[in-house]
Design a protein around this ligand. Structure first.
Ligand SMILES: Nc1ncnc2c1ncn2[C@@H]1O[C@H](COP(=O)(O)OP(=O)(O)OP(=O)(O)O)[C@@H](O)[C@H]1O
Ligand SMILES: [Mg+2]
Length: 348
């Protein structure tokens, strides 16, 4: 079939373009090439040939349903996969350096200095026997060679910046006394204390109330704009990415199925799965309510039992014969848009 460059998803109002709609002209800081992650005894990889790049100073969103492989992708970047998982394909290149060629110690040092991560499960990242202040101060002490007193003062300031009320008192507390949302802010403070070149934030606002979540998003934007750091922002909630990210990648069953500048994702999504996500998205406060929200029918395939064809085919209203035969290739639609769907692929 011939390449189709347009799609017929709804009639949306044009929205203002994001500040940067392409990543041309920016410096590439990280590149993933064909990353694959499998579990021991798993029949098929959980992350399947994921490729993308991050440019300095940009915020990129990674969105997708539960179990689609977002956290595993992030943990691979940090070299922190669970022991039962293995990166069995692909390369991760940070500033031209292939991380797979480093020894575990070298990699830990490099990732510990230049990459920061806000974990989806913040409790696992905190030491239960050290006070919050000690844990954040330790990062300033090691990174900047500051005295404990100076480091603690910086730690308290950072705890305030991530929205913890009464940060001096919070610094004296231990993790078990904090709520999930408070712990998440502590983990964010620890990641920001590193002034990382890349911040990977895995669902950093899920446990937060909307006011604090807005503050955290603002902090991320400032980090990217002020320090020229890159942020990989992982979320279930496509809406959060609207005012935050420049680009969005949509993940489904271990595959990136669409990547596009954020404006295009909202105004003219190409992949039927992205279209479904948008139809199911409740409107923002400043938007008119749609006549109705439509959930995507069916459920994703069982992990590791991906069908031979497009994994979205059983749920897709536009599927046709090729979709049942093989996984669609990635089609470049131009303007930084890529989609993995036979509706857009050309016959060779
Ligand atoms: N330690 C583990 N052992 C076995 N399977 C795992 C493990 N961790 C993740 N998986 C599987 O790998 C797949 C991808 O998991 P991942 O945590 O990356 O999903 P996710 O997109 O982050 O989901 P969520 O939105 O729920 O956080 C899932 O099918 C999950 O069940
Ligand atoms: Mg996850």
């Amino acid at each position: 079939m011939t390449a189709a460059k347009t799609n017929d998803y709804g009639k949306t109002q044009p929205r203002p373009s994001p500040v940067r709609t392409t990543h041309q002209g920016l410096t590439q800081i990280l590149k993933l090439e064909n990353l694959s992650v499998s579990f021991e005894g798993g029949l098929k990889p959980a992350v399947r040939g994921v490729s993308f790049s991050l440019m300095a100073g940009e915020i990129v969103g990674l969105v997708g349903e539960s179990g689609s492989g977002k956290s595993l992708t992030a943990l691979s970047l940090m070299g922190l996969l669970p022991s039962s998982a293995v990166q069995d394909g692909g390369r991760i290149i940070f500033k031209g350096q292939d991380l797979g060629a480093l020894s575990p110690d070298e990699r830990r040092r490099l990732c510990g200095t230049h990459l920061g991560m806000v974990f989806q499960e913040p409790l696992t990242a905190l030491n239960p026997v050290l006070s919050i202040g000690e844990q954040v101060a330790e990062i300033y002490r090691l990174r900047c060679g500051k005295s404990y007193k100076e480091a603690l003062a910086e730690a308290i300031e950072m705890l305030g910046r991530v929205g913890l009320p009464n940060p001096a008192q919070a610094a004296e507390s231990f993790p078990h006394r904090f709520s999930g949302g408070m712990r998440q802010r502590v983990v964010l403070a620890m990641a920001l204390a590193l002034s990382p070149e890349i911040l990977i934030a895995d669902e950093p606002t899920t446990a937060l109330d909307p006011t604090i979540a807005a503050q955290i998003l603002e902090l991320m934007s400032r980090l990217a704009a002020g320090d020229n750091s890159s942020v990989l922002f992982i979320t279930h909630n496509l809406r959060l990415l609207k005012g935050l990210a420049q680009r969005v990648m949509v993940m489904y069953t271990g595959l990136i199925v669409e990547e596009a500048p954020v404006g295009e994702i909202f105004d003219s999504p190409a992949h039927p799965y992205t279209q479904g996500l948008l139809r199911a998205l409740p409107p923002g406060l400043d938007e008119p309510a749609p006549e109705r929200l439509t959930a995507i029918g069916g459920a994703p395939p069982v992990p590791g039992q991906w069908p031979a064809g497009c994994p979205f085919e059983p749920r897709c209203g536009r599927a046709f014969a090729p979709c049942r035969e093989s996984v669609p290739p990635i089609t470049d639609l131009g303007g930084g848009r890529h989609v993995r769907c036979f509706l857009y692929s050309s016959e060779d």
